[in-house]
Design a binder for this molecule. Structure first.
Ligand code: FAD
Length: 473
């Protein structure tokens, strides 16, 4: 009997999975599922140990959900790119696979791999799907059929397309004719460094992810625009880890949003959250049309001529949350301890690394990937290039955040800072954003570093360095 093989990659769910639904659309064939555990060389980027633990948890949940549908999940480990293709070929031969189904990944290495796979399996029908996006790359283009270079016109065009033709969710597969699998499942263990994650913060399986999405949309999404910038408030969805590994689809997010806020597409309640989901799409479309971004090249060429500081002790102070700027340090400790950081803080710490320390944005990009539970090449690269003014942002390079006033604005009472920097607990609220001034004045000793840079001075140096690079062009 012919069999269909569903190759899971960054789409670890059974609901609204386009490739899985297509693989299961006929009851007359066997359906098998495969996951090839990624190794460093294989993906475009290394995975953080927290993301690996999160992935393992999701895979175990997926294995169970598939077994209930009568679909066995095979998990293989391949040491490199070629070995993964050999693994696929072997599985296809052993199980007499006639059709291979998968959802596209848009990173450059992954796309190269898929081309090689289709060549190696030319005797098998390979079917790919644009599943990790609401609208496929190439479907939202300028009048000249080019990819947008700036977010706002992209978003406007995107919203127009959504209003014309809303992408629907597909149903999860029905139980296969042979019925659910009765064998006891062997727990999946990934051979990859792992670090535990907090399952209260990050939904550990697909069912929890779906409830988190419903809960967020029913209770929080309408207030998202007023709360999303304050890290002491739990005002964002914390679904990024699930979206990065495809435990949820963006279409599910869209429909949950529209159920709670039916006028979100018209700019009413919920529109700001939709806008964030469109940022995610923008960066995915962008790496498809500018594959050099996956190789960590800047979007704006001349910015590669900036003379960066190679200051390893400053880099380390930033990584460890010991810069002497409380909002930066609290944010970095949140990242190091949980694998996640609030979006406002990602912008602040990224600006600080690049514009205050004049350290190459790629150092930050790499460090984030080594820590994030939601590490996603397109979003991370986009965010770093935005902060470094090397990317698609419409604002010029002289937009430089002041880390102290950012703290005052977005964590006025210092509640977030105190949560992550207990050593500042005794500092009065009025002094929480500049504790060294208070400590000097009141002759207190605090176990907290003095600022490693003078912001004003650093700002001028950075402006000069960017200006020089622009002239050198
Ligand atoms: P919500 O505010 O609830 O937003 C909903 C979803 O929209 C998110 O889960 C995410 O999938 C998407 N999203 C939101 N904001 C953005 C954005 N600016 N760009 C792209 N997608 C967005 N996001 C990642 O998923 N992975 C990363 O590796 C990543 N690295 C970043 C690095 C920097 C320097 C910056 C500035 C941003 C980065 N982001 C990244 C985007 C954003 O910070 C996170 O998606 C967001 O903080 C996740 O929290 P949430 O799920 O509560 O988001």
């Amino acid at each position: 009997m012919a069999s269909h093989l569903m190759w899971f990659r960054a789409d670890l769910r059974v609901h609204d999975n386009l490739a899985l639904a297509a693989a299961c659309s006929s009851g007359d064939v066997d359906v098998l599922a495969l996951f090839i555990a990624p190794v460093k060389q294989w993906q475009q980027h290394a995975m953080s140990p927290r993301q690996a633990a999160f992935m393992q948890s999701q895979l175990n949940a997926l294995q169970q959900a598939l077994a209930q549908k009568g679909i066995p999940l095979m998990v293989k480990q391949a040491d490199d790119f070629t070995a993964s293709i050999d693994t696929l070929r072997e599985v296809c031969e052993t199980h007499k696979v006639t059709s291979l189904f998968y959802n596209y990944q848009y990173e450059f290495n992954e796309r190269q791999r898929d081309v090689a796979v289709e060549q190696a399996l030319s005797h098998i029908t390979c079917q790919g799907f644009d599943d990790s996006v609401m609208l496929a790359p190439g479907s939202v283009m300028t009048g000249n059929h080019e990819m947008y270079k700036v977010f706002t016109p992209f978003k406007n065009a995107f919203l127009r397309r959504l209003s014309e033709d809303l992408p629907e969710c597909v149903n999860p597969p029905k139980v296969r004719p042979e019925g659910a699998l009765s064998d006891k499942l062997v727990p999946i263990e990934l051979d990859y460094p792992q670090q535990s994650f907090d399952s209260d913060l990050f939904a550990a399986d697909e069912e929890s992810a779906l409830s988190r999405l419903q809960h967020f949309c029913q209770n929080h999404v309408a207030n998202y625009d007023t709360q999303r910038d304050f890290p002491a408030i739990d005002g964002t969805s914390r679904l990024s880890a699930c979206l990065a590994l495809g435990v949820l689809s963006p279409r599910q997010c869209l429909h949950a949003l529209l159920k709670a806020c039916p006028d979100a597409l018209e700019g009413q309640a919920g529109a700001v959250w939709l806008s964030e989901l469109i940022w995610r799409e923008f960066y995915r479309h962008l790496i498809t049309y500018h594959p050099n971004l996956c190789k960590h090249r800047p979007f704006i060429d001349w910015t590669d001529k900036v003379q960066w500081n190679h200051d390893s002790s400053a880099l380390q102070a930033w990584q460890q949350g010991k810069t002497g700027f409380p909002i930066v340090d609290a944010a970095m400790r949140q990242l190091n301890q949980t694998g996640w950081m609030h979006n406002r803080l990602r912008m602040i710490v990224a600006s600080f690394l690049v514009k205050d320390l004049l350290i190459d944005w790629r150092e930050g990009e790499r460090y984030f990937m080594s820590q994030l539970i939601d590490g996603d090449l397109a979003a991370n690269n986009g965010g770093w290039q935005w902060a470094a003014s090397t990317g698609t942002d419409a604002a010029p390079y002289f937009r430089i955040f002041n880390p102290t006033t950012q703290g005052e604005k977005f964590d006025k009472q210092g509640a977030f800072i105190r949560q992550w920097l207990p050593e500042l607990n005794d500092v009065p609220t009025a002094a929480i954003h500049a504790p060294w001034i208070w400590a000097d004045k009141a002759q207190h000793t605090i176990n907290y570093p003095r600022p490693i840079v003078d912001h004003k001075l650093a700002r001028n140096q950075t402006l000069a360095a960017y200006e020089a690079a622009r002239k050198r062009n």
